[in-house]
Structure formats: structure tokens, C-alpha cells
Design a protein around this ligand. Structure first.
Ligand SMILES: NC(=O)c1ccc[n+]([C@@H]2O[C@H](COP(=O)([O-])OP(=O)(O)OC[C@H]3O[C@@H](n4cnc5c(N)ncnc54)[C@H](O)[C@@H]3O)[C@@H](O)[C@H]2O)c1
Length: 246
């Protein structure tokens, strides 16, 4: 029960890694607030968890829009009084090689994967500063380190997230708040379901632990960085990739 009495906001918590993280955080004693655009899965998951005796809430929030994030933050604070943990996990892909990438594809990914992280952190961090404690964890990606064909928008956003993590670790460290990033390798979710079997076979060969990552692998890393034990870890980016980037 690493997160007893903690309140966690998890963006993109209706599916994939975020959903698994919510489940793990609830089992570790946290109250979990999901912010996601997918209200069908979000409501369904929250109903299932609450029927099991956990405490979770779903808010339909598009994290790309500052005003929606601001309103959701106020509503959460009114309801549960504080936010201890922010997992900036919502993310999308709109892949295309540079020559084919439209500005719309570029902007959509920047809006969610980079600006969304900015909006949520800007909105929630003042409450953490006021209570002189908090954990902020941002979803980066291993592709931010080495690039990835057809992902100008995604790599720019994820590299930006690693940069923001370091800035905020410096700005918020003296207020009792740690800020870290997790860089997943390839994890089996909707996001990677589009990748072909040839790609996945090649990936497996290049991954020292010889398996594809599962959402729980990332959820465990989020839990570690969200726990009280990690108060001396800040500004780092933890690769969780089975050794892919070695
Ligand atoms: N799956 C991987 O291999 C992998 C690898 C590296 C990084 N990541 C990152 O991990 C995070 C989670 O990825 P995943 O694989 O679970 O993806 P996913 O597609 O399974 O889930 C993403 C969730 O984010 C939500 N979302 C999308 N846009 C949103 C918005 N504007 N506002 C609020 N919610 C929104 C979706 O509705 C969905 O519930 C993402 O940031 C992703 O970039 C994933």
C-alpha cells in the first residue's frame, strides 16, 4: 500500500498504460481521478473499480485545452481537496514521414503530447506548492533519445517532455515536489497495435529481455516514482524498455 491516502490524477487513464496505472494505484491505496477524452471506457472502468470498493472518478477532459484542464482541476480540488500525484500520461500518434506530414498532424501531437503536459502541470502544481509536496511523472518515450522514422511530431513532443521534466525539477524541487519522466519502449497497447508482425519480430530480436513490454511494466515504474521512497529522485528520465536502447 505505497499510496495510502494519496490522490492521483492520471491523464489518458481510460485505456492502455494509464488504465493499468489507475488499477495499480487503486490497489496501493490511492484515490484515482481519470482525465480522458474517452468517456465510454473511462466511465466503464471507474464503475468497475468502484464496485470493487475502490474510490475513483472520471472526468471527460481534453488535456490539449487549457480551459478544460483548469476547470477539471478546480472540480477535483472542490471534491477531494488536494492532488498529490499527477501522471501526465495522455498521448497520441499521427505518424507520417516528413515529406507527407501535414501541419495538422504535427500540431495535433504537439497539442496533446507536449502542450497537454504543460497545461496539466501548470494547473495542478500550485496546489502541490501550497501543500509543499507532490509527485509529477511525465510519459516520454525511448524514441526521444534516438529518433524514429515517421515520427517528427511525436519525437519533438517527447523530447520536449524530457526537457520540461528537467526545468520543473529545478523549479519545484525546493517546494517538496519531484518531477520525473518515464520513457517506455514498445508496450502492447492500442497505440502499438498498428505495428506489423515483421516490425515486432525485429523489435524482439533487438530487445535483450526478449519480450514486448506490457502496460504493467510502465505502471510499476510510475508507482515507484510516485511513492514516498523516491523523494531524492528528480529530473530523471527512466527508460523502461527491456534494454532496447542499449
Ligand atoms: N505504447 C507504447 O509503446 C508507448 C511507448 C512510448 C511511450 N508511450 C506513451 O505512453 C502514454 C500512454 O500510451 P498508451 O500506449 O497507453 O496509449 P493508448 O492509446 O492505449 O492510451 C492513451 C489514452 O490517452 C487518451 N487521450 C488521447 N488524447 C487525449 C487528450 N487530448 N486528452 C485526454 N486524454 C487523451 C486516450 O483516449 C487513451 O485513453 C502516451 O503518452 C504514449 O505516448 C507509449
Amino acid at each position: 500500500m505505497e499510496l495510502q491516502n494519496k490522490i492521483a490524477v492520471i491523464t489518458g487513464g481510460a485505456n492502455g498504460i494509464g488504465r493499468e496505472t489507475a488499477d495499480l494505484f487503486l490497489k496501493n491505496g490511492a484515490t484515482v481521478i481519470i482525465w480522458d477524452i474517452d468517456d465510454i471506457n473511462g466511465e466503464k472502468e471507474v464503475d468497475t473499480w468502484n464496485a470493487q470498493g475502490f474510490t475513483s472518478f472520471f472526468y471527460k477532459v481534453n488535456t490539449a485545452f487549457a480551459e478544460e484542464v483548469e476547470n477539471a482541476t478546480k472540480n477535483v480540488i472542490e471534491k477531494v481537496k488536494k492532488i498529490d500525484i499527477l501522471i501526465n500520461n495522455a498521448g497520441i500518434t499521427r505518424d507520417a514521414a516528413l515529406k507527407n506530414m501535414t501541419f495538422t498532424q504535427w500540431q495535433q501531437v504537439i497539442d496533446v503530447n507536449l502542450s497537454g503536459v504543460f497545461h496539466c502541470t501548470k494547473s495542478i502544481s500550485p496546489y502541490m506548492v501550497a501543500q509543499q509536496s507532490g509527485r509529477i511523472i511525465n510519459a516520454a518515450s525511448v524514441v526521444a533519445h534516438n529518433g524514429s522514422f515517421g515520427q517528427s511530431n511525436y519525437v519533438a513532443a517527447k523530447a520536449g517532455v524530457i526537457g520540461l521534466t528537467k526545468v520543473w525539477a529545478r523549479e519545484l524541487g525546493s517546494k517538496g515536489i519531484t518531477v520525473n519522466a518515464v520513457a517506455p519502449g514498445f508496450i502492447e497497447t492500442e497505440m502499438t497495435a498498428v505495428l506489423g508482425t515483421d516490425f515486432m519480430d525485429e523489435l524482439l530480436k533487438r530487445t535483450p529481455v526478449r519480450r514486448i513490454g506490457q502496460p504493467i511494466d510502465i505502471a510499476n515504474a510510475y508507482l515507484f516514482l510516485a511513492s514516498e521512497k523516491t523523494s531524492f529522485i528528480t529530473g530523471t528520465c527512466l527508460n523502461v524498455d527491456g534494454g532496447l536502447t542499449l
